[in-house]
Design a protein around this ligand. Structure first.
Ligand code: NAP
Length: 283
């Protein structure tokens, strides 16, 4: 039976650490503030932003939302990005993705000052990660690594297989695991015999965005299994990319969905905001 990688508990610890550090900064008159840019009326995006703002409130970070209709111009958003880059009261900010059709996120994200890029997704931040320079790290991949480390799971020297190569999760996670000295294989939709490759993993991270598609035939006895996927379940609740009931008896450690990677992603956004505020105060 696998041990549960309890993202909810580890995220609570990180939030408590962030809250303590935020209070210390505030006591030195260094305010910590996270701004969010929300475009359009996608209900999922609105929910995510609400949750992130609630998280900020809990740890004492001020948060402000900049809301725009779906037909806002690129120029208007670019002007806001520039304004937030320049505003000394803003520790960090992010653009809630996806943007509505017709708006290209990449040039906007590329314009975010790396010292305020709390999503860690700008080409500069990703490039710095890739060549081993300090940067704000993408929240989900960083959340996965923190969850493993803080749960006492060794990464160094292990065979890690990442299923998924998105810019949001798979690719930066592969870079982070490499930095942690794992031997990393990245799989995607054109990988031949995925189950066989996955069975070679000591550490299997699944971020394919396909509901419950990884079962026992993908998992080596005693492997550590991290499920990044999130899918709504009919009738309520969430499931991941992994068939939990089937894989849990084989794995040594496994993340649940919900309560695994999701809370870690949210906690790392707070952590990045704190890091950004600290770095700006020391600059
Ligand atoms: P994405 O952009 O859709 O990327 C999915 C990746 O999986 C692609 O690289 C794709 O390959 C690969 N893939 C799809 N089907 C596959 C298959 N049958 N075999 C092997 N690889 C396959 O998704 P994403 O943004 O990375 O997100 C992945 C999942 O994580 C989603 O369920 C998302 O909701 C969830 N997520 C969760 C969190 C969290 O905090 N827990 C955060 C972000 C995302 P190709 O490149 O060849 O198309």
């Amino acid at each position: 039976m696998a041990k549960i990688l309890d993202g909810k508990a580890v995220a609570a610890t990180i939030r408590a650490e962030v809250a303590e550090s935020v209070a210390e900064l505030e006591a030195r008159n260094i305010p910590v503030r996270l701004d969010v840019v929300l475009v359009g009326d996608d209900p999922a995006s609105a929910t995510y932003v609400r949750m992130k703002q609630r998280d900020c409130e809990e740890v004492g970070i001020e948060s402000r939302a900049h809301r725009f209709p779906a037909d806002v111009s690129h120029e208007k958003l670019a002007a806001l990005v520039e304004e937030l880059n320049q505003n000394g009261a803003v520790s960090g900010f992010f653009i809630q993705l996806p943007l509505p059709p017709g708006l290209d996120a990449l040039p906007l994200i590329s314009a975010i000052d790396p010292s305020k890029d709390v999503d860690g997704l700008s080409p500069l931040s990703i490039g710095r990660l890739s060549i081993g320079l300090p940067s704000l790290l993408p929240c989900t991949p960083h959340g996965v690594v923190q969850l493993l480390r803080r749960s006492g799971v060794e990464i160094e020297g292990r065979e890690a297989v990442v299923v998924g190569r998105s810019n949001l999760v798979g690719k930066p996670l592969a870079q982070l695991l490499l930095r942690e000295n794992a031997t990393v294989t990245v799989c995607h939709s054109r990988t031949k015999d995925l189950a066989e490759v996955a069975r070679g993993a000591d550490l299997l991270v699944v971020a394919a965005g396909r509901r419950e598609f990884v079962g026992a035939e993908y998992v080596k006895d005693g492997a550590v299994v991290v499920d990044v996927g999130i899918h709504g379940r009919e009738g309520g609740g969430l499931v991941g990319d992994v068939r939990f009931e089937e894989v849990e008896p084989i794995a040594s450690y496994i993340t649940p969905v919900p309560g695994g990677v999701g809370p870690m992603t949210r906690a790392m956004l707070l952590y990045n905001t704190l890091q950004a505020a600290r770095a700006q105060a020391e600059a």
